[in-house]
Write a protein that binds this ligand. Structure first.
Ligand SMILES: [Zn+2]
Ligand SMILES: [Zn+2]
Length: 201
């Protein structure tokens, strides 16, 4: 284990005929994960293999650790074991002036987030193209992005979390509060209202 920033910026000449394996631990901030929802318990353990054949440099690996997430129902923080499969292909950046990469990756991120349950097939993996300049690869943006993509959109502490009482705020996983059942607006009542309006017009 070495300094993460050095390990995650491997020199391309170090990728020999048998490839190169790098491993390190890093904290969230070291990976640029600085948002309030990017909370981790302990360091993140990263292992990456780089292989260069004729074409792009393929990068595969894993990131393991424990994320601290906040349940969207009861607002309690819970630990969520994190196991992220890393996959990327790196191509040399042709012209430094062109900036197609962030927009392209943003679009892909959005597409993946829109279909979170879609199993990762090979076609999807081939989409993960990154660019490098000079004689080193910067793996940090790729690792950061894939950790963000692995986070659930609606984290729940457990599938049957009862959430908070909407009236008194009591965490219903801990105890019942005794408030009367909530008067939820009935969708049928709303529909009837619309229909009668339509009939009057
Ligand atoms: Zn919960
Ligand atoms: Zn209550």
């Amino acid at each position: 284990m070495t300094v993460p920033m050095e390990t995650l910026n491997p020199a391309i000449v170090d990728i020999g005929p048998d490839g190169l394996t790098v491993a390190c631990t890093a904290t969230g901030p070291q990976l640029g994960l600085n948002e309030p929802e990017d909370k981790f318990q302990g360091p993140l353990s990263i292992q990456i293999e780089l292989v260069q054949s004729e074409g792009p440099i393929s990068v595969t690996g894993t990131l393991e650790g424990t994320a601290i997430r906040q349940c969207v129902r009861c607002l309690v923080e819970y630990s969520d074991p994190l196991f992220v499969t890393l996959y990327a292909e790196y191509l040399p950046q042709a012209g430094a002036a062109t900036k197609p990469v962030p927009a392209e990756q943003g679009r892909k991120s959005a597409r993946r987030q829109a279909q979170p349950v879609e199993p990762v097939d090979e076609a999807d993996e081939e989409d993960e193209v990154y660019w490098y300049q000079g004689d080193h690869l910067d793996l940090v943006p790729m690792v950061r992005e894939q950790v963000i993509l692995a986070a659930p959109m609606q984290p729940v502490c457990r599938e049957d979390c009862l959430g908070l009482c909407p009236q008194c705020g009591q965490n219903l996983n801990e105890r019942r509060c005794g408030c009367p059942p909530e008067q939820a607006p009935s969708p049928f009542r709303v529909l009837r209202g619309r229909q009668s309006k339509g009939g009057n017009a």
